[in-house]
Structures are given as C-alpha cells and as structure tokens.
Design a protein around this ligand. Structure first.
Ligand code: PMP
Length: 450
C-alpha cells in the first residue's frame, strides 16, 4: 500500500526541522558544513508505537553539538522551509543538473523517509532487496513504454555520466584499429570524438566548428568511411543549442548509429530501432546526476576490447540487469518517478508538443526583437531544449542575468565557452517559466533599447 503521501511521516520536516517563531537553538557541526542544522522543537507529539521519527540528527553522537551558537552566525545556507511551497521555487534555466517536475519532487519528499511503508528510505535499501528490484524494474518498464523500446534492446542504468560513455562506446563496439565516424556539431560531439581516439580510429566526417557550431550538415553530403563500425552523433548539443531533427543513416553494412541524447532524452518520441546505441546522462530531462542510461541493441553486446574495465563493459551490466555493483539507487528511483510522470502526461508525443510550444514562444520573442536579442543557430535545427541567445549590446548581458535572477529566473548565463545567455527549457520547465522569461525579455528591451 502506498501510504506515504498522506501519512503522518510526510509531515516530519515541518515539525522537526522547521524554524519555530521564537528563534530555536541551532548547533552547527563542522561535519555538516553548516548545511544541516539541528533544531530543537518544542511542538512534539509522542511517537506512535513503531513510528519512525526524525530524531537521528539529535541522537547521532558524531553530530553532538559543540556549543549553541546564534542563528546569525551559524546559517550559511537558507533555512529549511517549514512546508513545501511552490512559491519558494525559482524558475531554473540551468543546463543540467536541471529543474525537475515539482510533483515528482513532492512525491519523492513524501516517500523520502519511509518508502511506501517499507520503513526505509530508498537510499537505505539493499540494491538486491525486493523493494529496490521493484523500483528498477518499474523504471525500466516505464522507459520501455515511453520510448517504445523494441525487446531486442537492453536498457542499462549506469554511472559515470555521458562522459564515461565517450570511452565505453568504442571499447564495446570496435577494435583499436577499426574506423568509426563522428559528426561533430558542438563541443560534446568533439569531446566524444577525442576520447574515441584512445580506443579506435575515429574520423571527423563533418565539423561545424568553423561556423561556431550553428548548423547540422545535410546528410547526403556526408562522406562516410566505408567499413566504419559506427556513426556517432550528439542528438542535441547542450552548449550550442543545435538539435538533429532527423538522423543520418550509416552507410556501411553492419555499421550502427550511436547517439548521445543526454540533453534531449525523453523530450520527444524517437524511433529507437534506427540506433545501435543511445546514451544519456539523466540530469537534464529525467532525473538527478549520477545515473546514465544506455539503450543498446542486444547483438552489439559482448565484443569488448580486452582492456575494457568491467564498469564499462555492457555485457557485464546487461547480464546483471544493471546490478553488477551497487547502482545509483536513489537516482534510478527518481528517474522512475519522472518516467511515471511523463506517462501520466500522455507520453512523449504530448511532451514534445509542450516543448515545441515553449521553445516557439522563446524563439519568436528573440526573432521579433528587431535584433535586440539574437540566436545564432540556423532556424531549422534550433534546439527545443537549450536556447542560446545574445544581446546586440553585449555589455548589458550581465545586467540581464542579474535582473532576471532578482525576478527568480536563474542560471541564464551562457556556457563559459560561448558567452551570452542560454535558457534551458527541458520537459520540467513549466510554460509559466517561459512566459515569465519572455515577459521579462520584452520589458528589459523596452527599458534598454534605443
Ligand atoms: N553530452 C552532452 C550532450 C551533455 O550535455 C553533457 C553534459 N552537459 C555531457 C555529454 C557530459 O555529461 P556528464 O557530465 O554526465 O558526463
């Protein structure tokens, strides 16, 4: 029985770690680095028999308070909220880790302390116990539903970020002397290409670098290497805001298409059968950092180079259902909640419509600004997820970011390598966030134009 959302235990943060009206006594421990504060509460009802309560901070010997200190000198972080309130939240335009759906966060909060009557947090569960097995299996099954993943594909929940996959791909799919092709449409594709050079013979068959990564090539013009083992693309370049709207076909027999989908994973339907491997870090669209998802056609598994570390060997992970070693359990649980939410929203076609609408509003504002704002990316390949833009008066950019932050719209500064601004508007960014941003942009322009 899922008793958590409405059970008494979900109230514990309000009672136990909230700030009472009269200044409570707070102790800080160097161990906690000021982040967690122990707060005494005078409003405490007796515990029911068997009830689990949040007394652990107060009772753990290692967190024993050295001495009481005043609130003013001890608070390095904002106080914990007494109740979850959506008005406390900012619109977070970060590129990743990124905003997560509010209902998912609240659900996780309600289950944090005692997952569905198990008496444990998901963080405390054995990864081989029946509770966690049910979590990972449901997450996989929901992801299969969302992306309509054919049964001949394996789904792996791994660690190490997409960056680890830059090495795992060549280590698993080719021999050191094999040719492999890379289409480089931004910094991430370039990083993947450079890593692959350690384990294979990668060829950059197209690079958008000279045009500052604002384009996707015409597929007919690609000079693919005969006999290449795979063709690698980055489906959405997070920094440059360039997104493949369709996918190139590998030219050679037995060659497969490999895609880094970190920043547009689950943002729209994808025909998985066109790919040999899809990989994605979770921290943009589907969960917290720490989980990396790999979807791989099963017949490609089992041909690793001998030097491949076990943790990068897809066969090891596939044979062990992603439980060869301790997986990122809590992150997988969070991804599972996000998958449930995406299904509840109607699936990825509906999600794509919402994303297209949000991106359309933002790009229209940029294009309609008579040059005050500018997006350098070619219109047909503009990302629905990451919208980079500059100001004609570049000296106003810092002011733009500062004023936006005052209005509770944060993380709008562009990546340090390209400058300008970037609004990441992943699945979980509500329409209201984009509407607030464009209203701010118009107002900012009215105040600074001319
Ligand atoms: N690929 C893309 C498209 C990304 O956006 C990122 C991270 N921003 C990475 C790869 C690297 O991911 P990680 O930090 O998880 O290794």
């Amino acid at each position: 029985m899922d008793s958590s959302p409405s059970s008494a235990t979900v109230q514990w943060p309000a009672i136990e770690v909230g700030f009472s009206k009269r200044p409570p006594q707070i102790w800080s421990s160097p161990l906690l680095d000021g982040a967690a504060k122990m707060v005494t509460s005078r409003r405490r009802r007796p515990a029911k028999v068997g009830e689990r309560r949040s007394v652990f901070w107060a009772t753990l010997p290692s967190f024993a308070p050295p001495s009481p200190v005043s609130i003013a000198s001890s608070i390095h972080h904002p106080p914990l909220p007494t109740t979850a309130s959506t008005t406390d939240r900012v619109f977070n335009f970060a590129a990743g880790p990124a905003t997560l759906p509010e209902n998912v966060l609240l659900k996780a909060q309600s289950e944090l302390y005692n997952w569905r009557g198990s008496g444990m947090s998901v963080m405390e569960m054995s990864h081989r116990g029946k509770e966690f097995l049910s979590i990972i299996q449901k997450a996989e099954s929901d992801l299969r539903t969302l992306l309509n993943i054919p049964c001949e594909y394996s789904v792996l929940f791994l660690q190490g970020g997409a960056t680890t996959q830059f090495a795992a791909i060549p280590l698993n799919l080719c021999k050191p002397d094999d040719d492999v092709d890379y289409v480089i449409t931004g910094s991430w594709g370039d990083k993947a290409f450079k890593e692959a050079a350690k384990y294979s013979k990668p060829r950059s068959i197209w690079s958008g670098k000279s045009e500052k990564y604002t384009k996707i090539p015409c597929f007919d013009a690609l000079e693919q290497t005969p006999g290449a083992r795979y063709l690698h693309i980055c489906a959405n370049e997070t920094i440059h805001g360039v997104e493949f709207k369709d996918y190139p076909k590998p030219a050679s027999e037995n060659e497969v298409l490999v895609a880094d989908m970190s920043s547009n994973f689950c943002s729209k339907p994808v025909d998985v059968s066109k790919f040999g491997v899809i990989y994605a870090g979770a921290q943009k669209n589907v969960g917290p950092s720490g989980v990396t998802i790999v979807i791989i056609r099963s017949d490609l598994i089992g041909n690793t180079q001998p030097v491949t570390p076990v943790m990068l060997d897809y066969k090891i992970h596939s044979d062990n259902n992603s439980l060869y070693n301790t997986p990122p359990c809590y992150g997988i649980y969070m991804c599972g909640l996000v998958f449930e939410d995406l299904i509840a929203q109607g699936g990825l076609s509906d999600v794509e419509k919402k994303n297209a609408n949000k991106a359309g509003i933002l790009y229209d504002t940029i294009d309609g600004s008579k040059g005050f704002y500018r997006c350098p990316v070619e219109k047909s390949v503009r990302s629905l997820m990451n919208v980079p833009f500059t100001l004609a008066k570049s000296d106003l950019e810092a002011e733009f970011v500062k004023e936006a932050a005052k209005e509770k719209m944060v993380q709008l500064k562009g990546h340090r390598s390209v400058g300008g601004m970037r609004a990441s508007i992943y699945n979980a960014m509500p329409l209201a966030g984009v509407e607030k941003l464009v209203a701010f942009m118009k107002d900012f322009q009215a105040r600074h134009d001319g």
